[in-house]
Design a protein around this ligand. Structure first.
Ligand code: NOJ
Length: 558
């Protein structure tokens, strides 16, 4: 009707399914044992057939790979192990051709020690402008041989490392919240701001649709460098495996808020600059913050003048507990309601145990993970899927001598680290390397950067592709149904029908509900109707009555 304007369509990221590609482990087209960008290009048809909306690429920039690429030398380059800048451009273009958006990772909190800036800082000496790109301080004690304060690294040990000055004398200390090869950049320095804006523009000019912002809560530091009460407690606050939903865990989590190193209020000033750059480009460019902050702090990262999304680690940490799942979902929606930002949901990423492992491992863990995937995919907002989750993979056992994660080395084995969830994807065949590369038996077989287990034959893409009841089949069905039902996007259409203890039920817009049975007995769903998709073939539908065995779930159209 003339005069009545249609509401503007929401930007794509309000309801996207985003597939996380960890390039090291996705597909190895040059058969050197490490994945590469041409491998991602080669498998774009697979990603497109998953019916996701976008992909997020973990770092592929030049790097000595001490933290698998999160130690960046030049953020506007491609490391030769992954390919070339031309490959990156082709990947973005081809993804767009297939209707997929592309997010790239930015790592603004720190660089590699091999970045020229850091090498120049070492050479230039105390008090120089070069040192001011990082946090260099004199040590404490009469000889300056004690760290400047008690801050600790998220990877274990002190957050400070002492250098030798150019004249050979014991020198200043530099800050690193992660590995000693990852010095923290000094965000009180305007050069650091300008350089990051150049990086954003570089990738936006290449057509990137947005960014995943690494350590988004950590960039600003208290420049008085005060000691922290219980610094280890702050590290424990970010340990997902310790978040049991208890009041104690909640109190520990709240210590992150506006602390000397994390979630400082002034970090949002940085994102206001970034937002202005993103908004100056055509199309719906966006950024998602990697920031595990207490629910009441999340909205700050996604206000209309800061970033667009924030990862929801509270949801990722949730166990197999219907009541807790509902509490976290409700808290998430409440926390973001005032700013109107879409929530995000994810079950795992390259830093966490795989969801199958986290929920019990083996067949039970897999059944639960598939049911949890129904929850993550039915809620308003965007869902992030970590590569291999759609295959139902669990963490692999990595022999100690094959481990690569700096967490393993810095904690001297006290924490096993993240390698188990980063093993190369199985594509085809009955034995390792399961088609990760195509070297024939006659050719030299590269050893993979992490060894896949011997028993993954039934989890390969090839083994699941034609089986609609497989985990892969379920993920494809969920993504297709999200596209078919616009009601997924409606933030307000979330209601909680009565449910018996141990049963999770959420009713969504457009007349459907997600029901998940977290009990150890079979239940009859109080919601009747047609089963749109289920997490397991054992879910039964008879005359509109849905029966759910333990550890299963279904989307029911009523
Ligand atoms: C978070 C990344 O996801 C993780 O893999 C990395 O080790 C740290 N940030 C440091 O960059």
């Amino acid at each position: 009707m003339p005069g009545i304007a249609e509401p503007a369509p929401l930007p794509w990221w309000h309801r996207a399914a985003v597939y996380q590609v960890y390039p090291r482990s996705f597909r190895d087209l040059n058969a050197d044992g490490t994945g590469d960008l041409r491998g991602v290009i080669h498998e774009l048809p697979y990603i497109a057939a998953l019916a996701v909306d976008a992909l997020w690429l973990s770092p592929f920039y030049s790097s000595p790979q001490n933290d698998s690429g999160y130690d960046v030398v030049d953020p506007r380059s491609v490391d030769p192990i992954y390919g070339t800048l031309e490959d990156a451009q082709e990947l973005i273009d081809q993804a767009h051709f297939r209707g997929l958006r592309v997010l790239v990772d930015v790592v603004p909190n720190h660089s590699s020690i091999d970045r020229p800036w850091f090498q120049e800082a070492l050479a230039a000496g105390p008090g120089s402008p070069e040192r001011a790109h990082y946090h260099f301080l004199d040590g404490r004690g009469p000889l300056g041989d004690e760290p400047p304060n008690n801050w600790v690294s998220m990877f274990g040990g002190s957050a400070w490392t002492r250098i030798t000055e150019p004249d050979g004398s014991p020198g200043q200390w530099y800050l690193h919240l992660f590995d000693a090869t990852q010095p923290d950049l000094n965000w009180s320095n305007p050069h650091v701001h300008l350089d990051a804006l150049d990086t954003l523009r570089f990738w936006l000019d290449k057509g990137a649709d947005g960014f995943r912002v690494d350590v988004a809560l950590g960039l600003a530091k208290d420049m008085d460098y005060p000691d922290i009460d219980d610094p280890e407690g702050l590290v424990l606050a970010l340990r997902m495996d310790l978040d049991d939903g208890s009041a104690e865990a909640g109190a520990r989590r709240r210590r992150v808020a506006n602390s000397p190193i994390l979630d400082r209020d002034e970090v949002q000033d940085i994102y206001r600059e970034w937002r202005a750059v993103l908004d100056s480009y055509p199309g719906d460019r966006m950024a998602v913050a990697e920031a595990w902050v207490p629910p009441e702090r999340a909205a700050r990262y996604v206000a209309s003048d800061t970033l667009h999304q924030i990862f929801n680690f509270d949801f990722m940490a949730v166990g197999w507990d219907a009541d807790r799942i509902r509490t976290v979902v409700q808290q998430t929606l409440d926390g973001l309601r005032d700013v109107g930002a879409p929530p995000t949901w994810a079950l795992s990423n390259h830093d966490t145990p795989r969801v199958v492992t986290r929920l019990g491992g083996g067949d039970v863990g897999r059944r639960r993970a598939r049911a949890m995937a129904l929850v993550a995919h039915c809620l308003p907002g965007s869902v992030y899927v970590y590569q291999g989750e759609e295959l139902g993979l669990e963490d692999a056992d990595i022999p100690d001598e094959a481990r690569r994660d700096p967490v393993w080395f810095r904690t001297k084995g006290a924490q096993r680290g993240r390698d188990g969830g980063r093993v190369p994807l199985p594509w085809a065949g009955a034995l390792p390397p399961y088609g990760f590369h195509d070297a024939t038996e006659a050719e030299v077989q590269p050893s993979l950067w992490l060894p896949p287990p011997p028993d993954w034959a039934s989890f390969t893409v090839e083994a699941q592709l034609r089986d609609a009841s497989s985990t892969l089949g379920q993920y494809r069905a969920m993504h297709r149904l999200r596209h078919a039902h616009p009601g997924f996007v409606d933030l307000h259409n979330v209601t909680w029908p009565d449910a018996e203890p141990g049963v999770f039920i959420v009713r969504r817009g457009c007349g459907f509900a997600c029901v998940v049975n977290c009990t150890d007995r079979e239940i009859t769903s109080p919601i009747e109707g047609y089963v749109m998709t289920a997490s397991d073939a054992s879910v039964r539908l008879e005359r509109n009555v849905v029966t759910l065995p333990p550890d299963t779930g279904a989307w029911i159209q009523a």
